[in-house]
Structure formats: structure tokens, C-alpha cells
Design a protein around this ligand. Sequence first.
Ligand code: SAM
Length: 243
Amino acid sequence: MARRRWIADTWDEATASISGDQAAHLIRVLRAQAGMEFDIVAGGQVWHGVIAGITGDAVRFNLVAEVEADPALPVTLLLSVFKFDRMEWAIEKATELGAERIVPVIARRSEKHLAQAAASRAERWRRVAMEASKQARRSDVPRVDDPLPLRTAIREEGEYVRLVLAEQERSTTLRSALAEALAAAGDDAPTIRIAVGPEGGWTGEEEAMFDAESWKAVSLGPRILRVETAAITAMAVAAALLE
Ligand code: SAM
């Protein structure tokens, strides 16, 4: 049977510890005892861990062997802030599908009150990503950034393939753009960023900004998808091509 998985808060080459909610659950609900065995995610790797000790509200494990695990997809999702319940759902599913990083972005048409409240939601989004990582048996937890203005997020420097989902795009599909990027990268895996617009879509000014920053508009087909559907579909298309 698969071992239950915990995400280490601190670790070194031989031991790891968890604290907070994870440790409270392990100690009180699962009645942690020395010698119990689990999988421990630490530093992007998964370890077979054995409880070495319980002190107060923390559990310490000896890391006895590395467990083979799949890396995240090299995909960063720029997710425009939208209704929080559906946004959480999108973060959960993008994590299950392997996103490496999620950047909540404030777009022009992100609802004002949601844009204002977004900064205080970031911790909760990180917890959603952590729980989804455990459930999906990932070897890492995607980084979830503090919300950024769209302009800042799309100007971040680095070598990556820049793709913006645009429902009015007719000629280039996400699939074809990714296939082209893969072919161009040869033996190296390309790093990809995909931007998803808010419920009202991108403004003309934002489209021009994407264009000026060399982001390519791509389509997910002729139907207009809700934001969360677009985000999940994009991750699924990327997973199908990159894995
Ligand atoms: N402007 C639209 C409207 O109100 O008619 C809808 C925007 S859509 C709900 C939200 C976002 O999902 C878009 O900005 C885009 O990033 C993405 N999206 C939805 N359907 C898409 C499609 N068929 N192709 C590419 N992106 C899509």
C-alpha cells in the first residue's frame, strides 16, 4: 500500500521535520509513534522516512532512502485573479496536472474587490497547492507567488516560451505552439509560461502589452471556456506534450 506523504518544513541530508497542521494531524489523528513509516517530500525529492521522534508539536523523521519521483512540468501558469472558490479549484487542478509555479495576476478586468483581497489569499492558495501536491503524490509543491500586476508578471526576465490564451485567436493553437517550442528546444526541455485571462477577458491594452513583450496568442479551440476550464485544459495539453 502506498505510504502517506508529508511535506517537510525543514530538512538536512539525513533528517526532516514537519510542524503546524501536518504535525498536529499526524500526532493527534494518526497517533504518531517512533518507527512509523511515511513518504517525505523534502527539497524537490521524495524520501522513505521513519519517525525518529516527536517533540511538542513537531515530528522528526530519519530519511532512509530516496524514492523515485516525477519532476514537475516546466510550466508556470499566470492566472488572472477571479472568483476565489473557482480560483482555488483551478490552483488545485493545475497542481495535480504538474504546474511548477502559479502566479496570480491582477488583470484590468479582475474584479476590483477580488484584486484588493488577493494579497491576503496567497497563504491559502499555497496551502491548497500543498494539499493537492500531497494528494497527487508529487515530489514537490508548486511555488505560488504573491499576486502581481499583470504588467510586472509578463515582463519578468528569463528564457521562456511566452504563451497567452486568447479566445479570439483562430490560427495558432496552444498545442501547435508547444509542439513548435519543443522542436526548437531540441534536447533541452523548454520552460513555458501560459497566461490565462479573467472572466471578462483581456482588454485591448493588455493584448497590445502582451504583443510588445513577445507573448504569442494561442487558442484552445472555437468555444469560450471559463477561466478555470481554460487553465486546466492548458495544463492538460502541456502535460500531454511534455510528459
Ligand atoms: N472575453 C470573454 C467574454 O466575456 O466573452 C471571455 C473570457 S474567458 C471566460 C477567460 C479567459 O479564458 C480568456 O481571457 C482566455 O485567456 C481563456 N480562454 C477561454 N476560452 C478560450 C479559448 N477558446 N482559447 C483560448 N483561451 C481561452
